[in-house]
Design a protein around this ligand. Sequence first.
Ligand code: SAH
Length: 340
Amino acid sequence: MIDPAELRIALAELGQPPYRATQVYQALTRGLVTDLADVRVLPRTLRAALAERFEPLTLRPVETRATAAGDARKTLFETRDGLAVEAVLMLYERRATVCVSSQVGCSVRCAFCASGARGRARDLSAEEMVDQVLHFARELRAAGRAVTNVVVMGMGEPFLNYDETLRACRLLNDPEGFGLGARGLSISTAGVVPGLRRFTAEESQINLAVSLHAATDELRDRLVPLNRRYPLAELLAACAAYVERRRRKLLFEYVVLAGVNDGDDQVRALAELLRRPLYHLNLIAYNETGGAFARPSARDLAALRARLVAAGVSCTVRRSPGGEIEAACGQLAAARRTAG
Ligand code: SAH
């Protein structure tokens, strides 16, 4: 419903000129309406015809939890076919970032992540991804704020749902519609090399992050099973090609698992792989997901960062709010059905 090309076809079928499709599209993406009956620029008869034929929302918000400090909010949505999806809003002083899910569940099954625990139910459509953002945009507007960043870092592996993820990004980026700057958009992949290569060839300013988590194949095979399919040499070659072609900064994510991937061997191997221009490593303290891993202390995390910086790696620690409401990295897991 939110795709302008599809809207033009649908409105043409109702005997309407193209500018009507633009009005509907802008009412949805800029006016953030949830009910076309409220769109006053449209003639009443058309509003009635649209209300009869179209349901603009693909997701129904079911439940929202917020942190005590109010810096993060997680909403559980129900899809039309009764599946559960979660998205998170993170509030900073000057930024408001929505973390979007790209699949219901996930098939990658990283050892430390809750999203893959029950496997993948299905891919989300671009409309369903955009709707997660529009939901928070409405909430923010009521508070006089706007979405400044969207990260496809929720449930699912975006490069295993490549076309819809890119379509969602383009819709969000459309200056005629929602108008989010491409530089405000980021996609994170667990290392799906064919997707990474395809993404490298796109004409776009969208940011890319690669989930590394280990710098030796022996360890990464265990933590990110996808590594058996696309081992480090292949992954890093695709990363180098990306930076070469795009001349953009590339972010590597690294979930720090105390005593597992924070030893000297990994620090040495990381320096070997990442001591390159435009590469940046982002350390994320492991968030509890009921697994067998331990979260490093803030002190150990800072010490690890210092060791990496000393080894020549550009490196920072990610602030990952929302742990108390299970909305932090790795904790999105709403693969259950909400209906029936
Ligand atoms: N599937 C994509 C998108 C998820 S992004 C990807 O893997 O990149 C979410 C980030 O949080 C990834 O880097 C993921 O590995 C990381 N993560 C997963 N579980 C985590 C946990 N328990 N604690 C901290 N980070 C975690």
